[in-house]
Design a protein around this ligand. Structure first.
Ligand code: CU
Length: 465
């Protein structure tokens, strides 16, 4: 195992790879005593991978009750054993399905030999107590109960959960500690002919490779290049989510367009078509896809460091086209945001970094868990200018409260819907508006390149009454 770890390191000096070294050292110290359950749980998924598949967990009678154990597992990638941190033994964790108005009652069991915790990325829920509170730290061997109230008017769409423990969240998510949350009900916002669609999830995560030429494998639902079947002429809902810690994905299906109906779990007020979908870590798109030609089509992720251009899945058509292609609606919700017009405060957030010393800052400060950086009152609407002084893009994410993008690099931006993650382009700027409407308490905003967040590019905001 230690040799394997050194093999990963020698391929690149990029900080992303450091997390794999740390995991290797942790595992060496740990002595693999938790792996006795692995043999029972593993199934073969596809060539070269043998972590188990994600299980779907649905809410019942308004409660999504589950237990999620974070532990070490050995699996094979490219026929070499590697050690990973997984939720319930699967690369991708259980998929949590809830409905607006449900309560999530979740036990997180820390079977690692380091602390961990949970963040419910994109959910519009309280950041306090044992809800979406990233200041909780669950010590090794302990169990934390999370209780998350999803409001009745919560938008349907694709969300995700992952470790958000400061300093080591990159290592933990890169190793496998993340999974999907689906808030059900998106079909109810579509016209009747489109309501019976087939849904496919595309949980994207990179995974360390083991050969000199492959630093990471892009996986879809924990598999390398899985087959996706679609009936000819059928319109399907595809849910894309980048649940990895750092690499970007730019996804395209040759010859076809994606009709985006929700972005970051928010149904759009303007459906838009695009050839590609750009997903930094944390980003989600719910799209409608109709394949009208017979055959097999590669789903391609464009090259984006450290991932080369790769076929991440193969889409195969089946059967004959029996139905006509359906009309896609122009919108799923109305743009009804009078609250975003009466701005109560303007702020500027400057993103700077020193990649040589691994120091990443917002407004010239690294993260301090004991410092409140921004304070606002419930009901405030703020406009933030996010300025990136670096050669790298920084994907900005804020917890709990979604925002509207107003401009990018000084040009007005015609937003399609609300977002919780936006790329601040290298040497560029993005202006956003956020309403702090419903939840008091402390939470964070940060760069979603998790190595940057872990090394300082994160701040705390507090909403008071
Ligand atoms: Cu960053």
């Amino acid at each position: 195992m230690v040799n394997k770890t050194i093999l990963f390191i020698s391929k690149s000096d990029h900080p992303y790879i450091f997390s794999i070294l740390i995991l290797g050292l942790v595992m060496f110290a740990f002595g693999f005593s938790n792996n006795d359950t692995f043999a029972k749980e593993q199934h073969s998924t596809s060539d070269g991978m043998n972590f188990s598949n994600s299980q779907d967990v649905y809410s019942k009678h308004g409660v999504l009750k589950s237990a999620i154990s974070a532990s070490y597992h050995i699996g094979k990638v490219d026929n070499q054993s590697i050690t990973s941190m997984l939720y319930n033994g699967s690369l991708g964790g259980p998929i949590l399905h809830a409905y607006p108005g449900d309560k999530i009652e979740l036990d997180l069991i820390d079977n690692l030999n380091e602390s961990t915790n949970l963040h419910f990325h994109g959910l519009y829920v309280s950041p306090a107590n044992n809800s979406d509170n990233v200041f909780l730290e669950i010590a090794p061997g302990n169990t934390q109960h999370y209780s998350v109230d999803i409001p009745k008017d919560h938008p349907p769409g694709t969300f995700w959960y992952h470790s958000h423990i400061h300093h080591i969240s990159n290592e933990q998510v890169a190793s496998g500690l993340s999974g999907l949350i689906i808030v059900e009900g998106l079909e109810q916002l579509l016209p009747a002919p489109l309501q019976n669609f087939t849904t496919q999830n595309f949980a994207l995560r990179d995974f360390p490779g083991s050969s000199a030429t492959t630093s990471t494998y892009p996986t879809v639902n924990g598999e390398i290049n899985p087959n996706i079947n679609i009936t000819l002429g059928d319109t399907q809902l595809w849910r894309f989510a980048n649940i990895g810690s750092e690499p970007y994905y730019e996804i395209g299906l040759q010859g076809y367009k994606f009709s985006v109906i929700a972005e970051d779990g928010s149904p759009v007020w303007e459906v838009w078509d695009n050839d590609t979908l750009q997903l930094p870590s944390g980003k989600r798109f719910d799209v409608l896809v109709t394949v009208t030609d017979n055959g097999s089509f590669p789903l391609i992720a464009s090259a984006y460091y450290p991932l080369p251009k790769t076929k991440i899945a193969t889409v195969n058509t089946q059967g004959n086209q029996t139905e006509s292609v359906k009309d896609i609606p122009a919108r799923l919700t109305l743009k009804d945001d009078p609250n975003l017009k009466n701005i109560t405060n303007y702020r500027i957030l400057k993103f700077t970094s020193n990649d040589k010393e691994f120091i990443y800052k917002i407004n010239n400060k690294t993260f301090d868990a004991n410092r409140i950086d921004l304070k606002m009152k419930l009901g405030d609407v703020e406009q933030w200018k996010l300025i990136n002084y670096d050669n790298d893009d920084h994907p900005f994410h804020i917890h709990v409260n979604d925002f509207e993008v107003v401009s990018v690099n000084g040009k007005p931006y015609e937003s399609h819907g609300l977002q919780d993650t936006v790329i601040i382009p290298s040497h560029g700027e993005v202006v956003i508006r956020i309403a702090f409407e419903d939840y008091v308490g402390k939470s964070v905003y940060h760069c979603h390149i998790m190595f940057h967040g872990d090394n300082g590019m994160m701040g705390i905001f507090e909403v008071i009454k």
